[in-house]
Design a protein around this ligand. Structure first.
Ligand code: KIV
Length: 263
């Protein structure tokens, strides 16, 4: 087993697992110093490409961004989202995940669950392709963003789904927007780690979309904590730059390549 994956599994019930998303080298390089896992998420659809949902992200998009992220990643486990419709059957799941791994050198792929694709996961794992599962609010399959597992019937259903994903051989599972009680139950019932997003502190680890926690994306639901307001910081810098260009304060003499005055 990949050593980084083993290390993450061993953290269960010991220390919390820290994860963030990245779509480019410079951000990955910073995250890599602190996080256990970096996810190249298909959330790039909304965050980078301004699309309404994640459905039209292509394999090429995912591969291109992962090549960049990989350049900034040394220590963290690099996991990549399989785009919607890229794992509909055994053949496409195997071919596309192999292509992603071959072209990018990532460690694992993440598949969203539709509560049916357990055998697809099983098949990938059997072929030594490490898989991370994803249940609860799964944007590739569900239209409405809402809390999941908030009744006892829904909770049991989600637990069953999580157990089947574990049985299929996934090494970890993302719980997205799942009620705290259900997250607690799933985390206690699984041997593999649970990584929560909007799913309380009962999970074995946490993930956020980096642009959200940096205050860059404009998307701040209740479960996101804004650790910085990069929008404001970038705006301040851009404003200062444009003012200085207009006032001919920038470039200053020390920015001239030949050290001479323009006029
Ligand atoms: O696409 C993504 O960024 C994700 C996380 C929200 C878990 O799947």
């Amino acid at each position: 087993m990949n050593k980084k994956i083993k290390k993450i599994i061993l953290k269960k019930n010991k220390t919390k697992i820290t994860c963030l998303t990245a779509y480019s080298k410079n951000i990955a390089k910073i995250i890599d110093n602190y996080c256990d896992l970096i996810l190249v998420g298909d959330s790039m659809a909304n965050v980078l490409y301004g699309l309404k949902n994640t459905h039209s992200i292509t394999l090429e998009n995912i591969i291109q961004h992962t090549i960049s992220v990989k350049k900034g990643t040394k220590k963290s486990l690099l996991v990549v989202d399989m785009p919607k419709n890229s794992y509909n059957n055994y053949k496409s799941a195997i071919n596309n995940s192999k292509l992603i791994i071959k072209k990018t050198g990532c460690d694992a792929v993440k598949l969203e669950s539709n509560n049916k694709n357990f055998k697809i996961i099983r098949n990938l794992v059997k072929r030594n392709i490490p898989v991370m599962g994803h249940i609860g609010y799964t944007p590739q399959f569900k239209k409405k963003f809402k809390i999941e597992g908030d009744t006892s019937k829904k909770s049991k259903k989600l637990l069953k789904e999580a157990l089947l994903i574990e049985k299929a051989g996934a090494f970890a599972i993302v719980l997205e927007c799942i009620s705290s009680e259900t997250s607690k139950l799933i985390t206690a019932s699984l041997k593999i780690p649970t990584i929560g997003i909007g799913s309380s502190s009962f999970c074995d680890g946490q993930i956020l979309v980096t642009d959200d926690m940096l205050g860059l994306s404009g998307f701040y639901p209740k479960f996101v904590k804004k650790y910085e307001n990069l929008n404001r910081i970038i705006e301040k810098a851009v404003k200062k730059y444009t003012r200085e260009v207009k006032l001919e304060k920038f470039p200053a003499i020390n920015n001239f390549l030949d050290g001479t005055k323009r006029r």
